[in-house]
Unconditional design. Structure first.
Ligand SMILES: [Zn+2]
Length: 244
């Protein structure tokens, strides 16, 4: 009896350590999200960054479950359901940012009519107060935001503008985290969940940076460190809640 219990506890510990981090690739091939200043879809940027984040986490020995990377995930609720099915400890949805229609300026690049908005830049994070684990979601978003700031990235403040009628309240202004309560992927997730807008792809200069391996590695590093700081990876025991 006693031995059985020890075995059961050991198994539970192992299972806990192996709960994957779900990395969700925002949008899908048929509706690929925003179009960048240079004519590349947001899905393509999300796909490439998610792969770098997944590799960075796996290099630390952390299991990762990628969602939507094949580009066929049309149902938003299926994303959080897949994360639950995989037993994910946290769900990170990877996106790249754009701006409202009226901020976009026409320009031509390589003979192609495109649009840009160079006055907007930076990262932002979103959590939903309708997620059952909002405090943990926010702790992770804040920790990742703190790491991105430390790496020198600006915060995208344009989601706070009320000119369009839709205003996202700050959850943690200092670290670039907004509340977006009805975001389906976040509110339907059974585990802590957050959405990252890694940068503004309609900003011509920031888009070029976002396309570089260096910027992707910097973002992946911030995600890994942030998830450790909020207790979502095994490192958390050693490094704890040290939010420098
Ligand atoms: Zn998006």
């Amino acid at each position: 009896m006693k031995r059985l219990m020890v075995v059961a506890l050991a198994w539970a510990g192992l299972a806990g350590a192996q709960m994957p981090i779900a990395v969700d690739v925002g949008h899908f091939l048929d509706k690929p999200g925003a179009l960048s200043a240079h004519g590349i879809t947001e899905f393509e940027y999300n796909h490439d960054l998610a792969a770098v984040i997944a590799t960075r986490l796996q290099n630390e020995g952390l299991p990762v479950h990628l969602i939507g990377h094949r580009g066929d995930m049309a149902d938003l609720k299926a994303r959080s359901a897949e994360a639950a099915e995989a037993g994910a400890r946290v769900l990170l949805s990877v996106h790249h940012d754009s701006v409202k229609e009226h901020h976009l300026q026409p320009w031509t690049w390589n003979g192609r009519a495109l649009r840009h908005a160079d006055g907007f830049a930076g990262f932002s994070l979103f959590v939903s107060r309708r997620n059952p684990l909002v405090a943990q979601s926010l702790a992770c978003a804040s920790a990742i935001g703190a790491e991105l700031r430390r790496a020198g990235l600006p915060i995208a403040t344009h989601h706070d503008l009320s000119s369009d009628g839709i205003r996202r309240p700050w959850a943690d202004e200092a670290n670039g985290v907004y509340y977006y309560d009805n975001l389906i992927v976040l509110r339907t997730a059974a585990m802590p969940a957050l959405l990252l807008e890694a940068g503004v792809i309609v900003n011509r200069q920031e888009e070029r940076e976002l396309a570089t391996p260096a910027r992707r590695a910097l973002t992946a590093e911030a995600v890994a460190k942030g998830l450790a700081a909020c207790g979502m990876t095994n490192q958390s025991e050693a490094e704890g809640s040290e939010l420098r």
